[in-house]
Write a protein that binds this ligand. Sequence first.
Ligand code: FRU
Length: 471
Amino acid sequence: FKGKQLKISYPGEVAGLDKIYQADEIAGQDSLYKETNRPQIHYTQRRGWNNDPNGLIYYEGEYHLFYQHNPYERDWGNMHWGHAVSKDLVHWEELPLALFPDEHGTMFSGSAVIDYNNTAGFNKGGTPAMVAIYTADSPEKQVQCIAYSLDKGRTWTKYEGNPIIDSKAKWNSHDTRDPKVFWHEPSGKWVLVLNERDGHSIYNSDDLKNWTYESHITGFWECPELFELPVDGDVNNTKWVMYGASGTYMTGTFDGKTFVPESGKHYYSTGTIYAAQTYNNIPASDGRRIQIGWGRISHPGMPFNGTMLLPTVLSLRTTKEGIRLFSEPIKELETLQTLKGQWKDLTAGKANELMQPYNQADCLRIRATLKLSHATSAGLSLYGQNLLDYDMNFNRVNGVFYSPEDMTSMEISVDMILDRTSVEVFVDGGAYSYSMERRPDHANKTGFNFWGNNIEVTNLEVYSLSSIWNK
Ligand code: FRU
């Protein structure tokens, strides 16, 4: 996805966008948001390229989704921050571009906070500033900068003292990027986690402008995250989770300055997911840790590319292998679904028969429980492409280590969400998840197919999902 020479662009150039990116309709296609390869339940921007979600923050009834955006082309480059808002994390409205390249470089990934206590002095009257902390990328170096908005993220003012962190010399590295900032109540400080060279560094600040380096942990790459979660829902027993862009995480402790791992590195999600980030400021009454990842999904023939994956809720649960990070689709998604059928105790053959009417469906949610019995491998495919591929000999689901929680009944449950260009699969309540391209052009055109010797489909639920673009 990378590797293209950067063409640095400036705000004025947006007026000159190529016509195809301005037109709302594509010749020969249905209208905006109804194009053949337009995801119907995932957020995509009207035109151009997206990657990483940025600045995920909830403020006054709106979930903000900023993201890496090239407004000029369907390929990576010219990074700006695109912007969309949602009231329910399901339906999104695209707003004008938020951050434009400037003298420090193009706008790389970062995060956002609401400065309720006016620590940075940007607030006006009773309005707290929304502050974005991001990387400016230039061929020479990557530096960290801030900008603030007093109108709910619609317009932004860059801080004149930028950059706030310039650590190229310290690390002798160009790779210093992707600041994730949050308020750490116990120490009364802002905490910033930053990708620096070969790992994640932690900085502290009182005012979002002056930062002190505290610690560094190696072995992570890009888009750091660090947050606290209850274990098994017990708020008196919490762990901290650190992850990087690729879907590996560690659990441990954090005192405001140093993350001390207590686990090995595990995958909670694989496939097309990259650079996930979680929401700051979700109301305490909600209490969920909500994540959005970027899906490296291509959109052939479309003047847009990339997708945001479905928002998920993260939780820590004790499993037979220790404390693990679970990721499940948000419950709000259920507002899109209509039950088409629910069946119990089916043979694979019968289940396949029942699935045939849905082979061509645009958007579907399939919940199934497979009883593996003595099968060594089993799964579900569509057009010959495996949506679920479980191999008992190697304890693997789609190539990645996974051992069902219940080895006695040998049951494995799956929740699969299919959109026009992608499939997201959540195994055993989110113990492991993955995302992949949906490929209707696959050589083997057979429809849904449960496979495996002597397996039983003990539960099967099929739902249709309505488009998020239907207002
Ligand atoms: C991750 C990433 C980030 C960077 C951004 C640039 O996908 O490489 O590290 O900030 O993309 O678009």
